[in-house]
Design a protein around this ligand. Structure first.
Ligand SMILES: C[S@@+](CC[C@H](N)C(=O)[O-])C[C@H]1O[C@@H](n2cnc3c(N)ncnc32)[C@H](O)[C@@H]1O
Length: 300
């Protein structure tokens, strides 16, 4: 997938100042993890795929590069213009990946819209009711279709040594995200969300990622983290989680802390659910009827 990474890097170099730069950096920074996730997903189905909250398409474009037909959906049209450009650099102008602006909680698609696979990567942490996404995935999938949801869970991480300023900022970020309906611990809830939406055969994996680095004042890593936190400044300060002075003070403390070694460990959850096919559903309904009938005979 080296060409794919190169396409993201060249696009990012040409679009340094865009507001969604963090999302591009994330698509690049998590490239190896996305390779693993896309590989595991591709083993489950040969598509066609609907990728919800596709962003710059790290999953959608990988699956298309593996030969699956993909439709990526996102509510942010500006991001999708970039995604189309990156996809055309990676895939040529092939028709294997299309990108459409839509809300993942209200898809403009009929029931059983012909998809064999619905994916969502790092979307559920941002939506107020992730159950709506799971329900939409179930609705548009065909019989025997698979849902694959991949998302964060901050409870699965560790950092050594901890940076007090970063820890405090992270807590404020997490509290702010919960306040607007997001959830940084949604990973552990995905299996239940799939089951509640009607999916069976739920399988759950934790994908760990660890990074060892020496961060120093002014390093790229610290700059990117500060930028990421800066995007939440207005929300965190506006909701009174931290005062302006405290927020800026913590960011400065983090940025200027002496150079040191850091080992960061993060775990994200990937879960699959299967929508029973018509034959399985008929067998289930018949079994339920038999159970009802034998219950009635016993009580007669
Ligand atoms: C953190 S990004 C993840 C993007 C990509 N899937 C990835 O793994 O990098 C979340 C994306 O979901 C989109 N999004 C958030 N809520 C959405 C909704 N209700 N419907 C469609 N897209 C949504 C955002 O615009 C953003 O592009």
């Amino acid at each position: 997938m080296a060409e794919l990474l190169e396409a993201y890097r060249s696009f990012a170099d040409e679009h340094c100042g865009i507001p969604e730069r963090w999302l591009l950096d994330q698509s690049i920074g998590l490239a190896s993890l996305y390779d693993v996730v896309a590989g595991l997903i591709a083993q489950r189905s040969s598509g066609p795929v609907l990728d919800l909250g596709t962003g710059y398409g790290p999953i959608a474009i990988r699956l298309a590069a593996m030969g699956l037909g993909v439709v990526g959906v996102d509510r942010d049209q500006r991001v999708l213009h970039g995604t189309e450009e990156i996809a055309s650099r990676c895939l040529g102008h092939s028709a294997r990946a299309r990108f459409v602006t839509a809300d993942a909680t209200r898809l403009p698609l009929p029931d059983r819209a012909g998809f064999r696979l619905v994916t969502a990567s790092l979307l559920l942490e941002h939506v107020a009711d992730p159950g709506e996404v799971a329900a939409e995935a179930f609705r548009v999938l065909g019989p025997d279709g698979t849902a694959a949801f991949f998302d964060v869970d901050d409870g699965l991480g560790a950092e050594h040594p901890q940076t007090p300023a970063l820890l405090r900022l992270g807590e404020a970020l997490s509290a702010w995200q919960s306040g607007y309906g997001g959830d940084r611990r949604v990973g552990r809830k995905i299996p239940g969300l799939l089951a509640d939406a009607g999916f069976g055969d739920v399988e759950v994996y934790v994908l760990p990622q660890a990074r060892f680095s020496v961060t120093s004042p002014g390093s790229e890593e610290r700059r990117l983290t500060a930028e990421h936190l800066g995007r939440a400044r207005e929300g965190i300060v506006g909701t009174g989680l931290l005062s302006e002075e405290r927020f800026d003070g913590l960011v400065a403390e983090y940025l200027h802390a002496p150079a040191r070694q850091v080992c960061q460990i993060e775990g994200r959850v990937l879960a699959f659910g299967r929508k029973a096919g018509d034959a399985a559903r008929r067998r289930g309904a018949q079994a339920a009827l038999r159970r009802q009938a034998s219950g009635a005979r016993r009580s007669a």
